[in-house]
Design a binder for this molecule. Sequence first.
Ligand code: NAD
Length: 433
Amino acid sequence: MQITVVGTGYVGLVTGVTFAEIGHEVICTDVDSAKIMKLSRGEVPFYEPGLQQLMVRNLQNGRLRFTTDTTDAYRFRDVICIAVGTPSRPDGAVDVSYIEQAVLEVAKAIEQYTVIVVKSTVPVGTNEQVRAMVQQHTNCPFDIVSNPEFLREGSAIHDIYHGDRIVIGADSDRAADIVTELHKPFGTPVFRTDPRSAELIKYASNAFLATKISYINEMANLCEKLGANVDAVAHGMGLDRRIGSPFLQAGLGYGGSCFPKDIRALLHMAESAQSELQLLRAVSIVNEQRPYVVLDKLKQRFSSLRNLRVAILGLSFKPNTDDIREAVSLVMMKELLKAGASLIVYDPIVNQAKGNPVLESARFAGSMKEALDWAEASIIVTEWDEIRSFPLLQYNQETLKETIIFDGRNCYALAEAERAGVEYYSVGRPAVN
Ligand code: NAD
């Protein structure tokens, strides 16, 4: 099929590259011309394991190309997938202006029957609004399909090939058939429904996963009071197949470009519909408190944070991505700077401030060791493999001074901390000191 993907961010680029890989003719377009130039040269502008290689292969075999020319990108295509950003507005509502802008250009350019697929996460009713917009600007036949994306940054390619489901929300069987056919080589089960339900499936899924995270984090707080070990509790719970172990890892809470904004959006949607989501409100409150749970431990341990040298280990919102949108690290750094601490940061991939004012206030270390050598306290924020597998013994042996470890992701077993003789504070488990 002739496919165009609009927006070359984490979702759009992975979508375009993998569609090319399974044999479609793909054009990717973006309003950011510098990004398109970079992509045309075979450079991926962000970190996503395996993407670069797959992209270069498909550029070379001619099934994938990049352009900023929207006429070229939209004119004679079978399917146009919209994967532009849908950030939060200050009141929690979704800013759909990038969707509107993209759709307007698509509507003006199409010259044959086209299926317009909305992959971006959009509030319920948006697909209907998109239909009305397109209708105003074209006489061409078209259909709109809601096809929310479930990939995770850091394992996006794996997720596309091994997805649990493809959700297709369409009023037209013809369009739903085309989108089903488009995805066929992935072999993923397809669930067809109406557009409104499809739109809500995405939000409800993310909100449910966030609920699991906040639930185990509340249990972690309780474990600390009752002298239990949250890792054991989570493991024991997860053995029950009705519960399952994924997303039961106690820690610093969720961040990133999706969960926080999607939960705000769902709360806003519910409020506008005069429906109260009390549970989800609590999920969000619990999550906002998570960085402070660890910061409070630091405050209890040191009489003052003023001039305390602190290492932040891990900056990205989760391992295997360079995405720092709404990362917990930034919240913690802001608070520590406010309290007068001095910061050194280490992340295996995020090694520049890139204009972020919080990151600009910290010194970047070139290695874990450099950060530990300098710091009096270390906070493990993101559980990159390199960070979680760093030998605890080296926290002491390789550093001249002892650094006290605050592990926000429970990377080490308590027995290991005892053996290493480190002072170690984790989440929902007794301190080792
Ligand atoms: P992103 O910010 O990484 O990329 C969006 C891209 O769209 C940018 O490159 C931007 O320049 C481009 N763009 C904006 N307006 C445009 C226009 N009119 N025409 C062409 N390009 C335009 O965003 P993302 O993280 O890929 O997310 C995209 C959507 O997918 C969002 O709705 C998000 O909620 C959803 N989603 C994201 C993830 C994820 O893990 N990032 C997962 C599932 C769903």
